[in-house]
Design a protein around this ligand. Structure first.
Ligand SMILES: Nc1ncnc2c1ncn2[C@@H]1O[C@H](COP(=O)(O)OP(=O)(O)OP(=O)(O)O)[C@@H](O)[C@H]1O
Length: 299
């Protein structure tokens, strides 16, 4: 389990991470979501001892990363796949990790096979790797010590659709065997498919967290109509919280049935009425982080 407690990181007066508290539990995939600059990477860097916190703490199975005697056996880390030594071959990087952690030599071959890097590819220098190949190598390095906890920053970045599916199955299997997985991503759909729990961060602060099921249920109803103002008025008059999503849609904190009945009573014909889950996660994400997003909410 990863436990983040009241974590704050200040860079020269700028609060990159502001009083963040959450847990990533065993046997679960926890998705860490947020727009660019929200503080995801900073939180993960503190987690694995690369950046000291200003205040607060992170523990992994009860211990600080710095106190782990052989960290690679306990925590698999993939933060920046391009940070690997460009002049070394993939095989050399894995062999170094294998030796540092005191693992049997066969782990190198096992990992290459696991991430589908061919023998020929493993002998190429990392500077000649595609981004997807670097991600695969990064995953191999993270997993070589067979750790119980994985911390992955944007692991699907650069992977093709088959690679994304492969990654998803790998992380699912890992959590199902009792592992703890924390992964950050901008690929909301990817997170939605694989995550059990979600932590959403914006401007360094947690804006939502909970099980995916609970957050999706809280996404309410999505409704679309030409007479949107009339509809919004009728729903608000009934005491419901209504949010305009752009593109002629509203998100309502209520069941579809109630929204349909109120629209009917108000004489507003509907174009669409459905539970906001699924696509709702993206809308919720954009809404929750709208103040911090650079582009505002896309219509
Ligand atoms: N070493 C540093 N010095 C000063 N500011 C920093 C430093 N590292 C990060 N920041 C700032 O902290 C904020 C959070 O950055 P961080 O990389 O954690 O965000 P992120 O959520 O991972 O974003 P992205 O999705 O773009 O990777 C940003 O505004 C960034 O400019």
């Amino acid at each position: 389990m990863i436990e983040v407690r009241a974590l704050t990181k200040v860079y020269g007066g700028f609060r990159a991470v502001d009083d963040v508290t959450f847990r990533a539990e065993e046997g679960r995939v926890t998705g860490f979501l947020g727009p660019n600059g929200a503080g995801k990477s900073t939180t993960m860097r503190v987690m694995v001892g690369l950046t000291p916190p200003t205040s607060g703490s992170v523990t992994i199975d009860g211990r600080r990363f710095a106190d782990l005697p052989n960290p690679g056996l306990e925590v698999g880390v993939l933060l920046d796949a391009s940070a690997q030594h460009a002049g070394r071959t993939g095989r050399e990087i894995l062999t170094l990790a294998q030796q540092t952690m005191g693992l049997p030599r066969r782990r190198v071959e096992e990992m290459l096979e696991l991430v589908s890097l061919s023998p020929a590819e493993s002998r190429r220098r990392v500077k000649d790797y595609s981004l997807g190949m670097r991600q695969r190598l990064g995953i191999a390095t993270a997993l070589i010590g067979d750790p119980q906890v994985l911390v992955l920053d944007e692991p699907a970045n650069g992977l093709d659709p088959a690679g994304i599916r492969w990654m998803r199955d790998l992380l699912r299997g890992y959590a199902d065997r009792g592992g703890t997985v924390l992964l950050s991503s901008h690929l909301l759909h990817e997170i939605e498919v694989v995550a059990d729990d979600l932590v959403v961060i914006g401007q360094g602060r947690i804006v939502a967290q909970g099980t995916k099921a609970a957050l999706l249920a809280a996404a309410g109803t999505l409704v679309r109509a030409h007479a949107l103002d009339d509809l919004a008025g009728a729903l608000a008059a009934a005491g419901l919280a209504v949010t305009a999503l752009g593109s002629g849609a509203l998100r309502v904190d209520a069941e579809t049935e109630q929204v349909g009945a109120l629209a009917h009573a108000a004489g507003v014909p509907l174009l669409e009425l459905r539970a906001a889950d699924g696509a709702g996660l993206e809308e919720m994400f954009l809404e929750l982080t709208a103040e911090t997003a650079r582009e505002g909410v896309a219509a």
